[in-house]
Every structure is written in C-alpha cells, then in structure tokens.
Design a protein around this ligand. Sequence first.
Ligand code: ATP
Ligand code: MG
Length: 303
Amino acid sequence: MTRLASLGLSGSGSSARNLPTNVRLDPSRTGREAEALDSNLRRLVIGQDEAIDQIVNIYQMQQTGLNPPGRPVGNFLFLGPTGTGKTRIVEAMAESLVGSPRAVVKIDCAEFQHSHEIAKLIGSPPGYLGHRETHPLLSQETINQHHTDRVKLSFILFDEIEKASDSLWNLLLGILDKATLTLGDNRKVDFSRAMIFMTSNLGASEMSSLLQPKLGFGLRRTDAVNPDALDEKTTEKISRSGVEAARKKFTPEFMNRLDKVVVFQPLGEKHPRPTARSFSSVRTRPRNSCFRKGSTPSTAPGT
Ligand SMILES: Nc1ncnc2c1ncn2[C@@H]1O[C@H](COP(=O)(O)OP(=O)(O)OP(=O)(O)O)[C@@H](O)[C@H]1O
Ligand SMILES: [Mg+2]
C-alpha cells in the first residue's frame, strides 16, 4: 500500500505509516508528552482538529520508536485557504516541544527558483565562488540547532511547494524518501529526526467557490455559505477538492511519499478567538493576524 493510499481522502483516519512489526513499544514515553503537545496545540491553534490529531499521532509514534528508520519522522502536506493556521500550527508545535516558534526552518519555495538560489540551501560545490562564505540553510548544524536534551526534533517548513523549481523539487523528494540531502560539498544531512511540513494554497479557489457558490451578477451576501454553518458534507467536499487539486498538480511519486495530507478548513465567527493567554508564550506579535477586529479569518493574508 502506498503512503497516500492509506491516507483516506483528507488524510484522516488510520495511520498512514506502514508500521514495522519488530519494534518494541516504549509505553513510558507515550502518554504525557503527547498529551501535553495535544493540549498546547489546541490552545494555540483554533479549529483545526484534524491537523492537530495527525501531528500528535505521528509525534506519539516517534516517541514510542515506531516510526520507520531512514525516513523523516513525518511528511505532511497542508492545503487550504490562506490565513487558516498552516504555518501557525508548525510554529506552535516547535514552541510546545522546544520552547520557541522560531525553531522552524522555513523555506519559501518561490524564492529558490534558480541554481544559485538553491546554493543558499545546500551551499556551493568546492571551488565555486562563495563556497567558503555560504552557510547552507539546510546543513546538519542548522537543522539541529534547536534540539534540546529532551527533544531531538527539527521542524522544516517548505511553503508554497507548487512554486518549487525542478532542482528544489528533486532535493525535496530525496529528503521525503530517504531523509537525506547531499550538500554542495558532498556532506550528507540526515533528516531522520525532522518533521517535514509542506504547504500549498492549491485548490483554495475551488474551496472558496464551495463556500460562495454563486459568483458573478446576482451574488448576494446571503448566498455564501457561512464557515460557521459548515456541515460534515461541505467540510468533506472542501477536503476532497483540496486533495484532488493536489493530485492533479503533483506527481504520484511525490504524493506517495506523504504520510498525511490535511486540508485546513476556513474559520468562522463561531471559532473562539485566541485569548491573550493563548499567546502569552509567543514573544513576537502575530503578523497579519486573521483575528484582528473587523477582518474575515478565511481571507486574511497569511505569512
Ligand atoms: N487556526 C488558527 N489558530 C490560531 N491562529 C491562527 C489560525 N489561523 C490563522 N491564525 C493567525 O493568523 C496568522 C496567519 O496564519 P498562518 O500564517 O498560519 O496562515 P497560513 O494558513 O499559513 O496562510 P498562507 O497560506 O497564506 O501561508 C497566524 O500568525 C495566527 O496569528
Ligand atoms: Mg503559511
């Protein structure tokens, strides 16, 4: 069974991992840490239970030693409209586990189109101009720099992967499959203690047309489906259109390397706003918050 095949439509349901049978569980590590992560994520991230469940599941598997060796701890694809918490949830995980939302290594795929830009990620080969000066963003030291005595996990976020160039794409496929990256100077970087998150707004327009089915002349405000009134069927349709858009755009080779595909749902007025306490441990003020008074959460600009 491929990794994606076990995802179900929206990545929900049973675990996507082909679990090794010869690994012994360490029950002493399953409970409290995963529970703490779960409650921290629920405090910091509003209304994305599906994503939280999937993240906690994979974290729990890593804690018990069940994740397959030679692979990243988890490969996630997050789809959904802008400003729904795709980036926030990764920062919240880092904050909860290693104490800082800044522990996330963020790669905006749109910025790495040309080979000289890829060198910012992997460094230039020896002999090339700037070989000594460039410190690759994806070196082992950089990705491990926020490891703590207790938590040896790295959080790598590839934003807007649909904009990745071919060379970045190849590099990404190698990381997702073998947890390995070869730097410009041939050193290997091991991603087997990394969680890889990829985001895309693919399918977002189809999702909004499900919420606002009657576009063009004659559109009345009341025609739009209020995100608060989303029933299970509409949520399912939104998830389906996200996954379909991803399947059309990305190769099976890529989709099969994913553990979880999660479609982030539009947020509505009924979702509780984060309280001051929710953000008390976040040092920086959230940029472009979709919870500013007067703004509509599902349409607020993201990061
Ligand atoms: N579900 C949520 N829970 C808590 N805060 C949220 C949520 N969604 C958005 N926010 C707030 O809005 C800001 C922008 O959200 P975020 O950057 O996570 O959006 P995004 O889904 O990554 O969007 P984009 O696709 O544009 O990157 C966050 O910093 C956070 O303050
Ligand atoms: Mg984002």
